[in-house]
Design a protein. Structure first.
Length: 202
């Protein structure tokens, strides 16, 4: 086949190839156009969904089902009850603290009163022992004078317990209730006790 005869076939083949390319390109364009049309058709729906989601997010706290509202009311009531209980507990704690402070103050007063009472008791016991001792010294001095008179002893005669014990009940010599020791001295000298303050008036 010469070139002249082959040229038309080459041209036809070239046209076929170009047509094929154009057809393929057209198909691709149609596919892309269809996708664009579909996306364009879905765009309003997507926008609507976005707006709905935005509104739902903004109105989430407002748009609730009756069950959710009932649960919210219940929770609010529980919170209110807990707050009231907390306030009551705080009041009770304050009252307990106040009562405890009053009890401590009363206890401190009682301790002070007990100390004062113990001090007064000790002083009273000391005074009673002193008075009893002075009374003993008077009786001892009287027994000394009685013994000196009966035994005709001089004023400077020294007196010992054995000489005057018979003048006391059951023949027992008197003793200081405060634990002091008696010194009988002479007939003319008043008996004395070893405890300061336990003495006869001059």
């Amino acid at each position: 086949m010469n070139v002249k005869n082959a040229f038309p076939w080459i041209f036809v083949l070239a046209l076929a190839a170009v047509a094929g390319l154009l057809f393929t390109s057209s198909k691709n364009k149609e596919t892309e156009l269809a996708q664009l049309r579909q996306e364009n058709a879905e765009l309003p729906e997507l926008r609507a969904l976005a707006e709905a989601a935005k509104k739902a997010s903004a109105n989430q706290g407002e748009e609730m089902t009756p069950k959710e509202r009932e649960e919210l009311v219940r929770l609010r009531n529980e919170v209110g009850g807990l707050r009231r209980e907390k306030q009551q507990l705080m009041t009770q704690v304050q009252q307990a603290q106040k009562t405890q402070a009053n009890q401590k103050a009363q206890q401190a007063d009682l301790v002070q009163q007990n100390q004062q009472l113990a001090q007064l008791t000790r002083e009273q016991q000391v005074n009673q022992a002193k008075d009893a001792c002075i009374n003993n010294l008077r009786q001892i001095d009287g027994a000394k004078q009685q013994w000196a008179l009966e035994a005709k002893q001089p004023a400077d005669a020294l007196v010992v317990p054995l000489q005057i014990s018979r003048y006391f009940k059951n023949g027992t010599m008197l003793a200081c209730p405060g634990g002091g020791v008696y010194n009988l001295n002479t007939v003319s000298t008043a008996p004395a006790c070893s405890i300061p303050g336990h003495s006869l008036a001059p």
